[in-house]
Design a protein around this ligand. Structure first.
Ligand SMILES: [Zn+2]
Ligand SMILES: [Zn+2]
Length: 275
């Protein structure tokens, strides 16, 4: 059910984000929305530190692994490398959909630690979708960098300890893991670009147009209340097939049947918040 589109920029704004005066009703979305302001204020210095550490460690490990992948490259692996990269990207897209769907649909900002740190940004994003475009590199990418730290560290450890023959044998698997890690790490950056309508570098727009990364028009489909489809935000390749399969609805019915929880109850609560 498409009742409101939550975005501005090229392609047409459908709602006014200007603050409204007394007696003219509450702001329904944007930075002036009471819920959005409360959620933005929950971003703490401790959280910021966690993001900084994650970004520095993650990008260092990425560079280290990339150098070792190049050093161990053999032409004979070409096809399996290509296949591994496509599979890695598909896995990242699916994972982005599962995490996004899970955080959008279940749980609450009131959950201890986890709620404020990891569910808050998802709630904020629905009632203030352009806030992400004002987040700097650290806030945008910190959480995803933390997610890929362990697998990247494990790969680096393998490069340091395994014999050349063992590395040769595992090489396509490392390519799969590396593509997966790169796309998982960059998912929120890609998501931010999909909300950015002005000043994007030409190469980013090119990648969006080829749908190597999430295109802007494509992601707008998710931002239609009540935010119940097109959860994949890395490349968006899986959004159409998953929607056709009724994948998210099926999962929600299953979970509601088992737990009795209503999907998107917390998300709706924040959307309605007026003070
Ligand atoms: Zn969402
Ligand atoms: Zn979005």
């Amino acid at each position: 059910m498409a009742s409101m589109v939550h975005e501005d920029g090229r392609g047409g704004a459908t709602e006014n984000s200007e603050p409204q005066g007394p007696g003219r009703g509450a702001v329904r979305w944007g930075p002036q929305h009471a819920g959005a302001q409360e959620l933005a204020n929950l971003y703490s210095p401790g959280k910021r530190l966690q993001e900084w550490i994650s970004v520095v460690l993650c990008f260092s490990l990425m560079a280290f692994n990339f150098i070792h992948l190049l050093a161990n490259f053999h032409l004979g692996h070409s096809w399996s490398i290509l296949l591994a990269i496509v599979a890695g990207i598909l896995t990242a897209d699916f994972a982005s959909g599962m995490v996004h769907w899970g955080a959008d649909t279940w749980g609450s900002v009131d959950l201890p630690i986890f709620g404020k740190a990891f569910i808050r940004p998802f709630r904020e994003h629905h009632i203030d979708p352009t806030a992400i475009t004002r987040h700097d590199f650290i806030e945008t990418n910190g959480d995803n960098c933390m997610l890929t730290l362990l697998p990247l560290a494990n790969m680096a450890f393998n490069f340091l300890t395994l014999s050349p023959a063992e590395i040769y044998h595992n090489y396509p698997w490392y390519c799969y893991l590396f593509a997966l890690a790169i796309f998982v790490t960059l998912t929120n950056q890609i998501h931010k670009w999909s909300h950015t309508y002005f000043g994007l570098p030409r190469w980013v727009v090119f990648l969006q147009d080829c749908q190597i990364i999430l295109p802007r028009k494509h992601h707008r489909i998710h931002h239609v209340s009540p935010h119940e489809t097109y959860f994949c935000i890395t490349t968006g390749w899986l959004n159409y097939p998953l929607e056709k399969l009724g994948f998210w609805r099926y999962l929600e019915d299953l979970i509601q049947g088992v737990t009795g929880e209503k999907p998107r109850a917390d998300d709706l609560k924040w959307a309605k918040k007026v003070k």
